[in-house]
Design a protein around this ligand. Structure first.
Ligand code: OFO
Length: 170
C-alpha cells in the first residue's frame, strides 16, 4: 500500500531521474564531438546510473501495488562551451535533485509513510556521492586548468569509470 501523495511525488521523481539521464547523454554527445572520449564515457556511465535510479523507484511503486505514471521527459540543454561549464552544470543539477529527494523524504514523514521514508534513505546518501563526484572533477579542472596536456590526462582518467548496475532489492 502506498500513500497517494507520496506516489505522486515518486512518479515525478522517476521523471526527474530519466531527465537526468537525458541531460548526461546530451553532455556526452558534446564531449564526443569535442574528441574528449573519457569525459564522454563518464557522462554516459552517469546516464545509465540515472536510468537505474528511475527504475528502482518504478519497481518500488509496483511492489507497493501502486501505479507508475510516466510523464513526458523534457528536452535537455544541448549547447555547452567547455568541460568546466559542463561540470558546473552537473553540480548545479545534482543539487537540484538532492532538494527534490529531500522533498520526497519530508512528504513521507508528513504522511507517515514509513516504508517510503526508509526507501528514500538510499537516495539521500547517493545524492551526497553524486554531488561529491561532480565537485571532484571541478577541483581537478581547476587544479590543472584547461591546458591540453592536462585535459588529455583527465580525459584518460574519466575514461576509466565503469558502469555498475544498481537494482531494487540487490
Ligand atoms: Fe539520480 O542522481 Fe543524479 O540526477
Amino acid at each position: 500500500m502506498i500513500n497517494e501523495k507520496v506516489q505522486e511525488i515518486l512518479n515525478s521523481q522517476i521523471n526527474k531521474e530519466f531527465y537526468s539521464a537525458y541531460l548526461y547523454l546530451a553532455m556526452s554527445a558534446y564531449f564526443d564531438k569535442a574528441g574528449l572520449y573519457g569525459f564522454s564515457n563518464w557522462t554516459k556511465v552517469q546516464a545509465k546510473e540515472e536510468v537505474d535510479h528511475g527504475m528502482i523507484i518504478f519497481d518500488y511503486i509496483v511492489e507497493q501495488d501502486g501505479r507508475v505514471k510516466l510523464e513526458q521527459i523534457e528536452a535537455p540543454e544541448v549547447e555547452f562551451t567547455c568541460p568546466m561549464q559542463v561540470f558546473e552544470k552537473v553540480l548545479e543539477h545534482e543539487k537540484y535533485v538532492t532538494d527534490s529527494i529531500n522533498s520526497v523524504a519530508h512528504l513521507s514523514d508528513d504522511e507517515c509513510d514509513l516504508a517510503t521514508r526508509q526507501f528514500v534513505d538510499w537516495y539521500i546518501s547517493e545524492q551526497v556521492e553524486e554531488e561529491a563526484n561532480a565537485r571532484n572533477v571541478i577541483t581537478k579542472l581547476k587544479m590543472f586548468g584547461d591546458e591540453k596536456a592536462s585535459l588529455y590526462h583527465l580525459d584518460k582518467e574519466l575514461g576509466e569509470r565503469e558502469y555498475k548496475a544498481h537494482k531494487y532489492r540487490e
